[in-house]
Design a protein around this ligand. Structure first.
Ligand SMILES: *Cc1c(COP(=O)(O)O)cnc(C)c1O
Length: 640
């Protein structure tokens, strides 16, 4: 719609501001002089960069179709390092006597290659793993950690889970079973009897201090997990009676995910530190204080306590935790515990980028406003008058009139007083009004609120070759915001506004909430999409939770995933390619047998051929498509 605005002087700096990339992308994502998104996988070696647009083209040339999930291993490495260095700094500056051990919560992304990298890059920091279920426990136990590797066992547990964990304590790992429910104490005691192993036990406390935002219910009396004060005392008493109080070594809490404000972080640690001190005073052999997850990610780059952001940095987080624990322990004359944290989102989000292609668009066609003439229906004449009268000082009034005119025309049509052709004319006049109002609004400083909403009314819809349900389920399920922007043409003004629709035939398969410094944007600025020209969009910071929560809606399967590493010589290497699901694979997942399906197709084709309804050539082409589709990607592909 705004072709005349394009080509005007526009800089990549303006694109950087518009998409807020310096806010959410720092230090990993920038825009280069070519107007492409550029990845700086290792901020300590900023000279080594990867042009995201070129990377995607290169990968495509190797036969990897979009949508493509890119995992930048060096970014993951940097995230792990960053958190550990922040805690090391806080410990050093405050002369804290204990140490810090992070554990990565496996639930955030269980993909093997990813967990392998977490373990590899976590090695220098002795990063451990946290399991929240039996399958995750099996992953954590089989991980190739260093001797002494820490495994924290959370989640609902049955007897077998606990026995397995206890037996694995005999490995050269430190495996700690955290009691999340009082019943788990009985399982544990039975497991102890059966295995003869003295366990290392932790308790998860249900804190009184509330978290905030979406996961506020992770604490408080109604929380799903954790022991109340009286249950914790019961654990202490029972262990004490059995002469096993020395087994109780860890206190755990989890105040919820994406804690946007530092205030609940501070309140939670203050409460937990006191519980820790009390447990030690009661005679437990306390050595670990596990502060759970919750360290937030600044998805919108606003550095505020908005739910898509956070108003603190990792260093402040580390300072506050170290200080609170130190203070409580000093006051009680207790040694400082090993601090454990279970940051998932903050470690995993940044390393992953989804790139998909826009394959079509739907937009309002404006056309020219034509005078309907003196004999036309009155409503058409009124709409035309509204159109002619639009001026900067009456935008809001004109918008109301245009809306009213359109509604009246629709109602006249319903009662048979307007022909379809006349209704079409009323639509064109309405859109012409909108366009004229919006053109004026663009030149004005203060625009009436309703006129601002015109953006949304007039926005186009860009169709992306991806599935919201598979790749960003949280955008659909809980309106989570992710930074989204084109990865090229950034030296050109993105003069159009759009929402995004995916390939599924679900009207929820769309993205119409976008990051904004102040609030939430309902439209995304994009460049004009032109038939025959390719347009690539990147979805960033999606490395936590999205892959495993993603589902097979409409049978769109896993996307192709690629691990990219800097090679140390200015280039990159593709260290793993994980091909996305084929159609056969998703069909088998819902219990179809592709072979039998081909056979049934063949029989039907044969019958139709015998009846002379289809030719040999047509049968051949149909069967070729059918069979080839089975082995192909579930998304749209460009090959012939
Ligand atoms: C989910 C979860 C985490 C990870 O939380 P983030 O907010 O992603 O850091 C840590 N610990 C427990 C117990 C969890 O359930």
């Amino acid at each position: 719609m705004d072709d005349e605005h394009e080509g005007a002087a526009w800089s990549t700096q303006q694109s950087a501001d518009l998409y807020q990339i310096r806010g959410w992308g720092h230090p990993y994502f920038t825009i280069n002089d070519a107007g492409h998104v550029q990845v700086v996988p290792d901020p300590e070696r900023p000279q080594f960069t990867i042009d995201l647009y070129e990377l995607v083209n290169d990968l495509e040339a190797r036969g990897l179709d979009m949508p493509l999930l890119l995992r930048f291993s060096d970014v993951l490495k940097d995230r792990i390092k960053r958190i550990n260095e922040c805690f090391a700094k806080a410990i050093d500056e405050y002369q804290y006597k204990g140490s810090y051990r992070g554990v990565f919560p496996v639930k955030v992304n269980q993909q093997k290659h990813f967990i392998d990298e977490v373990v590899e890059f976590g090695m220098p920091w002795r990063l451990g793993l946290e399991a929240g279920s039996k399958p995750e426990l099996l992953i954590a136990l089989s991980a190739d950690q260093d001797p002494g590797g820490l495994v924290i066992c959370n989640g609902y547990k049955d007897q077998k889970y606990i026995e397995t964990a206890l037996l694995a304590q005999r490995f050269d790992k430190t495996v700690i079973v955290v009691l999340e429910r009082i019943e788990e104490l009985d399982f544990t005691l039975r497991a102890v009897q059966k295995t003869g192993i003295r366990p290392a036990i932790g308790v998860r406390a249900k804190l009184g201090s509330r978290g905030m935002g979406r996961w506020a219910d992770s604490t408080g009396d109604r929380a799903k997990f954790g022991l109340t004060a009286s249950e914790i005392v019961e654990v202490v008493d029972r262990l004490s009676e059995l002469g096993m109080l020395d087994c109780l070594q860890l206190l755990h809490y989890h105040a919820g995910s994406q804690l946007s404000s530092i205030i609940p972080v501070k309140q939670a640690i203050r409460e937990a530190a006191n519980i820790y001190v009390e447990l030690a005073k009661m005679g437990a052999q306390m050595t670990y204080l596990d502060v759970g997850g919750g360290l937030a990610v600044d998805y919108d780059g606003s550095k505020t306590d908005f739910h898509a952001s956070k108003n603190y940095n990792i260093q402040e987080y580390a300072y506050d935790i170290v200080a609170a624990i130190q203070e409580a322990c000093n006051k009680a004359g207790l040694p400082h515990p090993t601090i454990v944290s279970e940051s998932g989102r903050a470690i995993a989000s940044h390393q992953s980028v989804l790139v998909f292609e826009v394959v079509g668009k739907n937009e309002v066609r404006f056309g020219k406003a034509q005078d309907p003439g003196p004999n036309a229906n009155k409503i058409l004449q009124q709409l035309f008058e509204t159109y002619q009268g639009i001026a900067p000082k009456n935008l809001q009034e004109a918008f109301h009139d245009a809306q009213q005119g359109k509604e009246e025309a629709e109602s006249l049509f319903k009662f048979g007083y307007l022909s379809l052709r006349e209704r079409a004319q009323s639509e064109r006049l309405f859109w012409a009004c909108c366009e004229k109002i919006s053109d004026f609004a663009r030149t004005m400083k203060r625009v009436p609120e309703e006129v601002v909403q015109l953006d949304q009314v007039m926005a186009s819809i860009y169709y992306g070759n991806f599935s919201v349900f598979q790749s960003i389920p949280d955008s659909w399920a809980i309106d989570q915001l992710f930074p989204i922007m084109p990865i090229h043409r950034l030296a050109e003004e993105p003069a159009n506004k759009t929402t995004l629709a995916d390939l599924t035939c679900d009207s929820d398969g769309k993205v119409d909430h976008f990051i904004d410094v102040e609030d939430v944007k309902r439209v995304l600025p994009v460049h004009a999409w032109r038939e025959g020209e390719r347009y690539f969009v990147g979805l960033f910071l999606n490395g936590a939770y999205q892959e495993i929560l993603g589902d097979l809606h409409n049978l769109f399967g896993d996307t192709n995933a690629v691990h990219v590493r800097l090679d140390g010589e200015g280039g990159y290497e593709v260290s793993h390619v994980v091909k996305g699901d084929t159609i056969s694979q998703v069909l088998e997942y819902v219990e179809y047998e592709p072979g039998a399906m081909v056979e049934r197709m063949r029989r039907q084709a044969e019958r139709a051929r015998r009846q002379g309804l289809i030719t040999f050539d047509q049968v051949k082409l149909l069967m070729k498509h059918y069979e080839e589709s089975l082995g192909s990607y579930t998304y749209l592909t460009t090959d012939e």
